[in-house]
Design a protein around this ligand. Structure first.
Ligand code: FAD
Length: 282
């Protein structure tokens, strides 16, 4: 089902799960065990990330296998190192797999700039190309605290508008822990004349290491209350996860009360915390 169709009906929040391609056979089996658990929440789709330099064969195989267990899939695609020719052939592969939606991203600029694409500089160019060459429904990324490369959030939202004008159907956000940042972002997005669904990205808190890694790579504010709890439970992963489940459940409840169209969970290929959060909130 296309993204506009999925998020058309307000009233009940649509759930989606993000996973990444596992490194080996064993981890792939684990991923499928976790997806079997998450399946009972009737997700609208599972999104599959695209690694730097994306391994197309592996990604295509996984898309097929996830579809085979009865789940709809939204593959991601990054254009930062890609060419128009490659995107055209990738579109054909997705068509063969009956895929009708994609998350179109630029990706992070590689250290070796010579690897950068000459065909695509920003995600809006990829969205435009996908829309001109396919019937795919297209999701794009949004950043409630602004993307790390832009000085101001206003500038970032002006650039987001370019993706929307190129034909994006929904915005999936970077994770955040301050709902107020998300609400403010939605206000600014609306002010910019953007009226497609903004789906909050939700990250279950698993460990201090994970939080440190995420916040080092992106603009993500940790509220003092959460910071104190992370400090308190950092040496006990089980208590940390319990605290994380409580914090994120409360966060999701408030988002649902504010009538978001969906919740997009960054599962990190694990079901446990996401499952309990969903049991708490649905
Ligand atoms: P863009 O929208 O192109 O924006 C990049 C920067 O350039 C921003 O600062 C923006 O303000 C600016 N900009 C945009 N357009 C213009 C323009 N026309 N002119 C001037 N400036 C412009 N990465 C992966 O490698 N694989 C994944 O699968 C993946 N999945 C993700 C899923 C989600 C939900 C999110 C939020 C991010 C994901 N990322 C993924 C990370 C993403 O690739 C990086 O954040 C990347 O740095 C930016 O990608 P983008 O599509 O947002 O880029």
């Amino acid at each position: 089902m296309k993204l506009r169709e999925i998020y058309k009906n307000t009233g009940n929040v649509k759930i989606s799960f993000e996973v990444f391609p596992p490194k080996d056979e064993e981890k792939t089996q684990n991923l499928f065990d976790e997806l079997e658990i998450l399946k009972k929440f009737n997700p609208s789709f599972v999104s599959l990330t695209w690694g730097a330099g994306g391994n197309e064969n592996k990604s295509t195989e996984l898309v097929k296998e996830i579809k085979n267990i009865g789940l709809d899939v939204t593959p991601h695609f990054t254009c930062v190192c890609s060419t128009k020719e490659f995107v055209k052939s990738h579109i054909e592969k997705l068509k063969d797999l009956n895929i009708d939606k994609i998350l179109a991203l630029r990706g992070d600029i590689p250290e070796d700039k010579s690897l950068c694409s000459k065909d695509f500089r920003y995600a809006n160019e990829l969205v435009e190309f996908l829309k001109s060459k396919s019937e795919l429904s297209v999701g794009v990324a949004g950043y409630p605290e602004g993307h790390i490369e832009t000085e101001t959030i206003e500038e970032d939202i002006k650039n987001l508008k370019k993706k929307v004008d190129a034909g994006a159907d929904a915005i999936f956000t970077q994770l955040f822990f301050y709902n107020d940042k998300f609400f403010r972002y939605c206000e600014l997005v609306e002010k910019q004349g953007i009226n497609i669904p903004v789906i909050p990205g939700i990250m279950p808190i698993l460990s201090k290491k994970q939080i440190d890694k995420m916040t080092a790579l992106a603009r993500i504010t940790i509220p003092n209350r959460l910071l104190n709890m992370i400090e308190k439970y950092q040496d006990n992963n089980s208590d940390m996860q319990k605290m994380g489940i409580e914090y994120v459940s409360e966060q999701c409840e408030k988002l649902i009360q504010s009538e978001v169209s969906g919740l997009h969970f960054f599962t990190l290929n694990k079901s446990k915390s996401t499952k309990i959060i969903l049991e708490n909130i649905l």
